[in-house]
Design a protein around this ligand. Sequence first.
Ligand SMILES: NC(=O)c1ccc[n+]([C@@H]2O[C@H](COP(=O)([O-])OP(=O)(O)OC[C@H]3O[C@@H](n4cnc5c(N)ncnc54)[C@H](OP(=O)(O)O)[C@@H]3O)[C@@H](O)[C@H]2O)c1
Length: 163
Amino acid sequence: MIHDRAFSQYIFLETSNENARGGIIINISSGDGELACLNSELQRLLKEVQSESDLESLLRELWEGTCLRGQELAFGPTPAYSVSKAALNVLTRIQAREIEMSQLKLRAVAVCPGDVDTRMCSAGEGDRVLTPAQAAGDVIWAIERPSECPSGGFYREREPIPW
Ligand SMILES: NC(=O)c1ccc[n+]([C@@H]2O[C@H](COP(=O)([O-])OP(=O)(O)OC[C@H]3O[C@@H](n4cnc5c(N)ncnc54)[C@H](OP(=O)(O)O)[C@@H]3O)[C@@H](O)[C@H]2O)c1
């Protein structure tokens, strides 16, 4: 397993035999990154992104303020977090497309763990909060169920959710 902590990206590779189910890239995203949480112009720009270098350029322009300057980029209490997770979702779709073209035995998916009882949990009183073990169970489901969790999808609690 390869784990990139900064981007919450996990890569599990299964190389032992030719009948193996293959590897999986799991990007730990968030429902806060759904396109519906973003400025409509930013939604349009993200939908147009075709490659990692396009994505990098767009993020640089947003950071430097040469694009959508002075506009609210996302709605809700943590707009920067929403933009970063929306970008991770775009990256997931790019990875899924590249994998499909390469015909590698690999999947790329984004998983929102839901509200999980960790340091960063922002759930309010009365909200349903998962334990880290429950959230990890949903990630293991994604690894073990290629037919229910195909490449290029975004999942929460073992169900597809919209980008
Ligand atoms: N908890 C939730 O309700 C929830 C909901 C949706 C999505 N998520 C996603 O789930 C993932 C895990 O979050 P969590 O709930 O487990 O939060 P957490 O308990 O706060 O853990 C965050 C982890 O990220 C590491 N980290 C933070 N900034 C970093 C940086 N700049 N470079 C490298 N590592 C960094 C922290 O390292 P240190 O331990 O060294 O500080 C820590 O291990 C995140 O991607 C989060 O966005 C969580």
